[in-house]
Write a protein that binds this ligand. Sequence first.
Ligand code: UP5
Ligand code: MG
Length: 196
Amino acid sequence: FSPDDVTVIFVLGGPGAGKGTQCANLVSDYGFKHLSAGDLLREEQDRPGSEFGEMIKTYIKEGAIVPQEVTIQLLENSIKATMEKDGKKLFLIDGFPRKLDQAHAFERSVVPSKFTLFFDCPEAEMEKRLLNRGKTSGRADDNIESIKKRFKTFVETSMPVVNEFEGQGRVVKVDATQSPEEVYKEVQAKIKERGV
Ligand code: UP5
Ligand code: MG
């Protein structure tokens, strides 16, 4: 795709930083299509006949990053299907890319992103949110063992992506510790500065 035809904003932040929550706000107010890489992987995991189901399950439980061939294909298919179905051209890609080679591959082979919206949140707060959500979410990775592994992967593997984009002046950073309403106010003000 060409960035003239498709606008992609990456949404990153640690596990439980509030990416999904804020994407839902942006969808209702700006008409973005929300593509959560994690949701797409969980759907693929549960799709009868998927050759990747077992692999995805293992990676998610271990808080590890699923190989890019799978994730990028799922994202690309969703972008294509959305454009064909309702002609939408604005995409929030939530929880991806979380590894440098995946960032490079996506921007080279699918489309360069406009910028990255980064939700900055300390681990103690994210842990509290995830354990609380885990009481009802049914997510296989909302338990303390998986959460610790997700934090480690985030720091070691995913933060380098944010840091590289930041060095290129392509990160919009938001303080994610406030209430969802306060965080959203900051999001709106900051993306306005970027021409959204
Ligand atoms: N909450 C939200 N905002 C709040 C606020 N301001 N104050 C208080 N509470 C707040 O929020 C989490 C919880 O906190 C909710 O209960 C919410 O109400 C509350 P949510 O908006 O869901 O946060 P989010 O950042 O989306 O957290 P999530 O758990 O989805 O983040 P992860 O990044 O861990 O999960 P994801 O689904 O993206 O990935 C899961 C796994 O998939 C990864 O670990 C990995 O194994 C795999 N994956 C890949 O391999 N490759 C990819 O590209 C993507 C995923
Ligand atoms: Mg999420």
